[in-house]
Write a protein that binds this ligand. Structure first.
Ligand code: PLP
Length: 338
């Protein structure tokens, strides 16, 4: 989270909105919290230019819960859904979807995804956090696109035309883990399986304004501060430009390293959020992680299933951190490339 947001939250913790007590002690059914919830929703709608026929939900359970909730809520009478397998997280979604329906493996051809006529929707993972691969958002499909945007939400503008639903766990670019934003198109409501739990049913949550049960009040408060912070930074276009420049700085170091650093993702699919690359061998990789940590650059170890290095350049990461990483990579290579 941005430092300014953490400091503001710290200041406001004991006495929120002049009421003499904390937001943590504020009833979710009261006027003050409802006003905050409305403001949070409006700010997000404005930031992403979300059309009126989409509803914004604040749900519990993290993005993984949505792997089940998407089929439970959206299959309706259909027995089949299409999924694009782009890496680690899309495979998790596919694995879960198998419990509810037939899964059609869909492929992307020139920014278009062809699916059979009987598929209820087509699921994609816009940014594969563990693999360092990001899909184009110019994608279109013959069925509504359902997008797991957990790791690249709020970093690029969204064309809502092909979208049926977007979900994003909050922990990367929004706020505390657990809170999950769901943006769902109005005509996809009313299809939930009868056994869908009430608190996890999109239609009931839309009708109740995300207040079927106690929402994640403090996380919503923090999300609101982060949305405002993004607005003050110049909005989504500014975040997009920034992530383009910052990621290019690191990829340039990789590409100029004569094979010392290696990124296996094709240039047009390289993630601007999670930059994954390898060093020549395992001992050198560990040395890189240790030396980086001594220089104050932490959390650079690749995903447990993937190994290598992963630099995550989420919105809250200061530019100075990216410059320091590029500089460290230069120095490390000079010292250890033979
Ligand atoms: N989808 C993507 C793209 C992710 O990066 C993650 C977690 O990092 C998840 C889903 C799972 O999120 P959660 O831990 O909130 O369930």
């Amino acid at each position: 989270m941005p430092e300014e947001v953490i400091l503001q939250a710290q200041r406001e913790l004991p006495d929120w909105d002049g009421q003499g007590f904390s937001l943590l002690e504020t009833p979710f059914s009261g006027v003050k919290f409802k006003r905050l919830l409305g403001r949070t929703r409006d700010t997000l709608r404005e930031l992403l230019k979300i059309p009126d026929h989409f509803h914004i939900l604040f749900m519990h359970g993290g993005a993984s819960a949505q792997f089940s909730l998407v089929p439970l809520n959206l299959l309706g009478d259909s027995k089949c859904a299409a999924y694009v397998d782009s890496g680690y997280w899309s495979r998790k979604a596919i694995h879960e979807a198998h419990r509810y329906c037939q899964v059609e493996h869909a492929a992307i051809a020139e920014d278009y995804i062809h699916t059979s006529t009987n598929t209820a929707y087509c699921h994609i993972t816009s940014n594969e956090t563990a693999d360092g691969l990001q899909l184009s958002l110019a994608l279109k499909a013959s069925t509504p696109l359902i997008v797991d945007m957990t790791s690249d939400f709020l970093v690029r503008p969204i064309d809502f035309e092909p979208i049926g639903l977007i979900y994003a766990g909050a922990q990367k670019n929004i706020g505390p883990a657990g809170l999950t934003i769901v943006i769902v198109r109005d005509d996809l409501l009313g299809r939930a399986h009868a056994l869908t739990p009430t608190v996890l049913n999109y239609t009931y949550q839309v009708e109740a304004g995300s207040l079927v049960n106690t929402p994640l009040t403090y996380s919503i408060y923090l999300a609101n501060l982060v949305f405002q912070w993004i607005g003050h930074q110049g909005g989504i276009t500014s975040m997009a430009k920034r992530s383009q420049t910052r990621s290019a700085m690191i990829y340039d170091v990789i590409d100029a390293s004569e094979g010392f650093y290696r990124c296996d993702i094709p240039p047009d699919q390289r993630s601007r959020m999670n930059l994954c690359f390898k060093l020549p061998d395992e001992p050198l990789t560990q040395l890189f992680i240790d030396h980086a940590a001594w220089s104050g650059l932490v959390n650079l170890k690749g995903h447990v299933q993937k190994g290598g290095i992963r630099a995550s350049l989420y919105n809250a990461m200061p530019d100075a951190g990216v410059v320091a990483l590029a500089d460290f990579m230069h120095r490390f290579r000079k010292q250890y490339a033979d």
